[in-house]
Design a binder for this molecule. Structure first.
Ligand code: AMP
Length: 192
């Protein structure tokens, strides 16, 4: 399966450590080199802005998907090859999911987590079988993965669902996984 468009979910905050920006930068360069277009929230802020800037610096392509209410000067990027404006946040998320061949979550806050959990939930229910990767920069998501283990241990999800997502420490490993991805054969969600 080859990835042509990758949705990148990541922080809108700029007030974060340099290593997060370094990984966003490196991911953008790798995406451009591998002709993988960016589908993202269209922000010029935080890691979103960093990935988009890096892709444009490496002659890659970016598609911003922005809800009307967040179309704010100084927030919405002006460098995108394509800008898709949606009526609201729900349509925006659905549009990003439809456009992308895969999903990657870089470090982020509630928005990022919500987007990652949504694509995981949809995959769990069989709505799609696209790859989902966490780029676990500097162990940022370790405590979430502990929570996921607790979910399996307590039978709130089947242990096979570890295959819904993949965890990587570096942008290189993430691209490698995405490029060689084969959908897993998952059991259905129900414990019945
Ligand atoms: P957060 O992790 O809370 O910083 O939220 C970032 C995520 O939510 C990104 O992946 C975006 O898709 C979305 N998001 C948050 N703020 C914006 C914004 N101003 N413009 C576009 N998307 C945003």
């Amino acid at each position: 399966m080859s990835i042509k468009k990758l949705a990148v979910y990541c922080s809108s905050s700029d007030h974060i450590k340099k290593i997060y920006f370094d990984h966003a930068d490196a991911l953008g360069a790798l995406m451009a080199d591998n002709q993988i277009d960016l589908v993202y929230g269209g922000g010029m802020v935080g890691l979103m802005g960093e990935v988009a800037k890096s892709i444009k610096n490496h002659r890659g392509k970016t598609i911003g998907v922005v809800p009307e209410a967040l179309r704010i000067d100084g927030v919405v990027n002006t460098i995108d090859d394509e800008l898709i404006i949606t009526a609201d946040m729900h349509t925006r998320k659905a549009k990003m999911i439809e456009l992308a061949d895969g999903f990657i979550g870089l470090a982020g806050g509630f928005g990022t987590l919500e987007e990652m959990l949504e694509v995981m939930t949809l995959k769990q229910l069989g709505y799609h079988e696209k790859p989902i990767v966490f780029l676990n920069t500097d162990g940022y998501y370790n405590s979430i993965f502990e929570m996921f283990e607790h979910i399996y241990a307590e039978n709130f999800a089947k242990a096979e669902y570890r295959q819904l997502y993949h965890i990587c420490d570096t942008p290189e490993a993430a691209i490698e996984y995405l490029e060689s991805y084969q959908p897993p054969d998952l059991p259905d969600k129900w414990f019945i």
